[in-house]
Design a protein around this ligand. Sequence first.
Ligand SMILES: Nc1ncnc2c1ncn2[C@@H]1O[C@H](COP(=O)(O)OP(=O)(O)O)[C@@H](O)[C@H]1O
Ligand SMILES: [Mg+2]
Length: 427
Amino acid sequence: MEPMIKRMRVRLSVTFGFLVLVLYSVGALVSLGVFQQGLHRSTDALLVDLLSEVRPAVSTSSERPSLKDWDRAARMENLPVLATIQIFDPKGTLLESYGPPGVGVLTKGRVHVSDEAGDFRSVYQPIMRQDKQCGFLQVQVSTAHDDRSLNELTTAIVLAFPGLVGLVAFGGYLFVGMALRPVELTMDLLRRFVADAGHELKTPLSVIEAAIETIEHVHKEHNLSELETDMIRSASKRMRGLTEDLMFLARVEDPMRAFAKQVLSLSTLVEEEVQEYTPLAESRRLKLEITSNEPLEIVAEPESFRQLVSNLLSNAIKYNEPGGSVFVSLKKDGLQARLTVADTGIGINESDMVHLYERFYRADKSRSRGAGGAGLGLAIVKAVADAHQASIEVVSTAGEGTTFIILVPLAASPVSREKKPVERSGA
Ligand SMILES: Nc1ncnc2c1ncn2[C@@H]1O[C@H](COP(=O)(O)OP(=O)(O)O)[C@@H](O)[C@H]1O
Ligand SMILES: [Mg+2]
C-alpha cells in the first residue's frame, strides 16, 4: 500500500475511533442518568402506593394517631414489614416506627442515614382527623437495591470499554481501508498513466531528435539560420528531461516495486556526482567543493540514489549567484550517514517550504523555468528518500542560502540490514 494512503488510513481510523468512543461515553452517561431517574420514579410510586395502603389502618380515635392495632394484626398473621413505616405528631416528633430502622425525621426524596445503613427514599403525608391535622404517616425504603443495579450497569459499561476500543480500532481500520480503496485505485491509475504516457512519448521524441539532427545538417550546409533548429533542439531536450523525470518518479513511487538495493559506497557516489557537476559549476563561476567525505556505505539502489544526489547538486548550482559556493559533506552521524549539500544561493521563502516536495512546484517560477526546471527534482528526492528510510531536513534563509541534509541508515545499521538484500522483481 502507498505510504501516503497508509498514513491517511491510520489517521482516519484514529479520528473515527475517537469519535465513536466520545459518542459511547456520552451515550453511557445519558443512559445511566435516565436509568437512575427511572429507578427513583418507580421507587417513589411504590412508596406512594404503600402510603395509601397503610393510611386506612391508622387509628385516629385517640389524641395521637397510631398503628398499634394494625401492627398487632400483622404480627398475628406473621406478615413481614419490608418498608419502614412511621407515625409523627404534627410537630414532626416520631411517635411509632415499624419495620426495619429508618430515618427518624420527616423527609422527602433521598436521604443519607449513615455509611453502614446507606441511603433511603422517603415519602410522607398528613393524617387528618375531623379536618384537623393530627400527625404524619411516613414510609421509607432503603436504596441499596437500586444502587446495586446502578453499580452493575456502570461496571458493565466500563468493562465493555476496552473491548469496544479494540473492536472500533479494528472495524475502523477495515472500514477506512474500504473507503480509501477508490482513492488508492485513482492514485494507482494516475501513476500508471504517467508511466505509460512517458513511455509513449519516448518514440516520437526520438524521431524529433533524429530529424533535428538531419535538419541541422542541411541548415549548416546551406548556411541557413540556426535559430529555429536551436529552439526545437532545446525544446525537445526539455521534453526529454521532463518525460524521464516523470517516468522515474512513477517508478520510484510504485508501491509494488522491489528496489534493487545493494551495499553502496555513498562517498564514491558523492565524489562522482560532484565531478559530474564541476564543469557546470565552473561555467557559472561557482565554487563546488567537498568539505568532508568519510568512506561510508549504505544499502541503496544506485540509480535512484544517484538521482537524489544529482538533483540536490543541480538545485544548489541552479539557484545560486555567480561567485557563490556549494559545499558538499558526508559524515557519520550515529548509525546514519549525514549528507549535506549547502549553497550560498538565493534561498527559499518560509511560505514555499511546505510545498517544496510537490510535483511541478517552483518557488521562483521565472527563474526556475529559465533554468529549465519543471519542479520535479525535489519530488524525486523525497520519493527516493522515502524508499530508503532516509529523512530530509532543509534549512534556508532567503537571500543567504539553503542547506539540504539527508540522513540515511548506514549499511551495518539494523534498519538497513532488515531491508537487504531486496532483489528486483521479474519485471
Ligand atoms: N538549493 C535551493 N535554493 C533555492 N531554492 C531551491 C533550492 N532547491 C530547490 N529550490 C526551490 O524549490 C523548487 C523545486 O525544486 P525542484 O523540485 O528541484 O524543481 P526545479 O525543477 O525547479 O529545480 C525550485 O523551483 C526552487 O524554487
Ligand atoms: Mg531541481
